[in-house]
Design a protein around this ligand. Structure first.
Ligand SMILES: *Cc1c(COP(=O)(O)O)cnc(C)c1O
Length: 370
């Protein structure tokens, strides 16, 4: 039996800190708000928050009240903004965490005031079409309400880009222009309000989007917001997902592997089983298209990914793979590496979804090396 753990996700906090410093260097005159929503894009929210603050971030951002609670429960007292919508039951929970909140309707300001108040950021919807108001006059009225209501303060004026990751796209500039036309004159009246708009892609793409504070997420985790190789922006992947080879067996021509017999050996080969599956977030869509590293080589996933296992075709000579060998599903081994960008490409999604989908069954181990 192997001494190895079934599966573990190692988070290199040193690499994370270097990514924070690298991204901060692109926007040297602004404050950096590290986005740690969705459990730090699957990397663990609390560990990522600590590494971000160590790397120079001064703010943190989450999406939900429960996420705010977990940051505060960990004893982290940095400035924290909740970016997402809050239901009636979440709102008092969030307020109890001393958070900054996002608003765009006057009744939201009144309700927050009635619950004791908070620092508020008014969101203009310049084209994302989700949260925020598209009406600049309404956004200005909400800003006035936030600034003049006794228990609330106007802490920020913000927007969010829909196409910052599509290079050369003109809609990005239109959104930026709409935001400037609204926020710059308003700041004359409210000089304490921080202007913020940039996600990772905007931050790396256009300094005109930086304003007073930037809100990068994905780049801090060493993933490329444009879906390219993170090396191009000198970003280091932070996550390594490791498991081990639990079984190796020969397969003669005609023998099949896995549910539905989706793989039938055309000739003699060897098959390895790695005990990670869609129950861990290793998506079934990777059946027949994904790869896993063993002994520094890249092997194709064959047959159906099941809940607890994937199977690899080692080829007719078995490649010297033995039970107990380390298997790397994400990260590097020897000279080979599997990036979240590669996995995303294989199943037609984005790098964000690959790491956010990593299941809770895989423990996150933060390693402060580097
Ligand atoms: C998630 C999010 C971000 C961070 O986006 P990345 O693309 O991960 O950098 C910034 N702002 C808002 C409002 C968000 O929801």
């Amino acid at each position: 039996m192997s001494e190895r753990r079934r599966a573990v996700a190692r988070i290199d906090d040193g690499a994370f800190r270097r990514n924070v410093a690298r991204v901060a260097g692109e926007a040297p005159r602004t404050e950096l708000c590290a986005v740690v929503k969705a459990d730090g894009y699957g990397h663990g929210a609390v560990g990522s928050a600590r590494a971000a603050l160590a790397g120079g971030a001064t703010w943190l951002a989450v999406a939900t009240a429960a996420e705010a609670i977990s940051i505060r429960d960990a004893g982290i007292d940095a400035r924290l903004i909740v970016l997402g919508a809050l239901s009636d039951s979440e709102l008092p929970e969030a307020l109890a965490c001393d958070v900054d909140l996002v608003v765009w309707r006057e009744h939201q300001v009144a309700r927050i005031a009635a619950l004791g108040g908070a620092r508020l950021h008014v969101k203009l919807d310049t084209g994302m079409g989700r949260l925020g108001t598209r009406d600049a006059e309404e956004a200005s009225r909400v800003a006035t309400a936030a600034a003049t209501t006794a228990t609330t303060t106007l802490a920020g004026l913000m927007t969010h880009f829909a196409t910052a990751d599509e290079r050369g796209d003109r809609f990005f500039s239109e959104q930026l222009e709409r935001f400037r036309a609204w926020a710059l004159p308003l700041r004359e009246r409210h000089p304490q309000a921080l202007l913020h708009a940039a996600n990772s892609a905007a931050l790396l793409r256009d300094p005109a989007s930086h304003f007073d504070l930037v809100r990068p997420g994905v780049a801090l985790y060493g993933m490329d917001p444009f879906g390219e190789d993170p090396d191009e922006h000198r970003l280091e992947p932070v996550l390594r997902v490791e498991s081990y080879v639990a079984e190796v067996k020969p397969c003669v021509a005609g023998e099949s592997v896995g549910y539905g017999r989706r793989f039938v050996a055309g000739g003699a080969t060897w098959v390895a089983t790695v005990p990670v599956g869609y129950g861990d977030g290793w998506r079934r869509a990777l059946s027949g298209v994904g790869h896993v590293l063993v002994r520094g080589r890249r092997f194709p996933i064959v047959g159906a990914v099941s809940m607890d296992n994937v199977t690899l075709d080692l080829g007719p000579d078995g490649a010297g793979v033995l039970v107990g060998d380390e298997a790397v599903l994400l990260g590097s081994q020897g000279a080979e590496r599997i990036l979240a960008e590669h996995v995303a490409e294989e199943i037609g999604t984005i790098n964000y979804e690959v790491t956010c989908g990593l299941g809770s069954r895989i423990p996150r181990v933060h390693e402060g090396v580097g």
